[in-house]
Design a protein around this ligand. Structure first.
Ligand SMILES: Cc1cc2nc3c(=O)[nH]c(=O)nc-3n(C[C@H](O)[C@H](O)[C@H](O)COP(=O)(O)O)c2cc1C
Length: 178
């Protein structure tokens, strides 16, 4: 199985990317699947124009940017994990832009198991984690993919997850179990 991890965090030494490294380590340790990470915050992805150009003829966006690259990666993946920090009770703008562009062809997600990792500074009883999970569940119901797992993490400072060894172990075990 090809597993694709999509990072929505622009922080170089941030929590999301540390968690994805741990997940990758678990996947590689199990040795059953290939894994690749793409960082949407380093890609040039313009906002959807809502022009419906993709609904006429080919399912391709009129805008030629890195969204095509990302969608090709997603097309080739059997399992996709989205990972995002919480920004103002939602996912980051960079990840949202990338997801908006799937309007051109959401079949890149269809029928696939999709995982979600959300990291915010607030405690886990903050509504933000539920809001983001429900947003992805709505997408899953609409597009036809399975929300295979949804993990919420409370960590605010850059790299704070490194001081939570139990959490890192849990994420590594999650990687092994995929
Ligand atoms: C623009 C911005 C908005 C944020 N909004 C929230 C928020 O609504 N709730 C929250 O708990 N944390 C919020 N945070 C804190 C981040 O979610 C937190 O620092 C997280 O660890 C960042 O993840 P990263 O290190 O993977 O980038 C915000 C941070 C930024 C920069």
């Amino acid at each position: 199985m090809n597993i694709l991890l999509i990072s929505g965090s622009p922080r170089k030494n941030g929590n999301t990317n540390a968690l994805l490294e741990e997940l990758t380590a678990g996947i590689l340790e199990a040795g059953k699947h290939s894994v690749k990470t793409v960082d949407v915050t380093r890609m040039k992805i313009a906002p959807c124009l809502g022009c419906d150009g993709c609904k006429r003829g080919e399912k391709i966006c009129v805008q030629k940017d890195d969204s095509r690259l990302l969608m090709n990666e997603m097309r080739q993946a059997d399992y996709i994990v989205f990972a995002t920090p919480v920004y103002w009770w939602g996912m980051t703008a960079q990840l949202k832009l990338a997801i908006d562009r799937l309007y051109a062809d959401s079949s890149v997600l269809k029928g696939k198991p999709i995982g979600l990792i959300v990291t915010g500074a607030d405690a886990l009883d903050s509504p933000q984690y539920r809001l983001i999970r429900e947003q992805f569940q709505c997408m899953a119901d609409y597009v036809g993919f399975t929300l295979a797992f949804s993990k919420s993490i409370s960590a605010g400072k850059p790299g704070e997850v490194h001081s939570q060894p139990d959490l890192l172990r849990e994420i590594r075990d999650l990687g092994k179990s995929l």
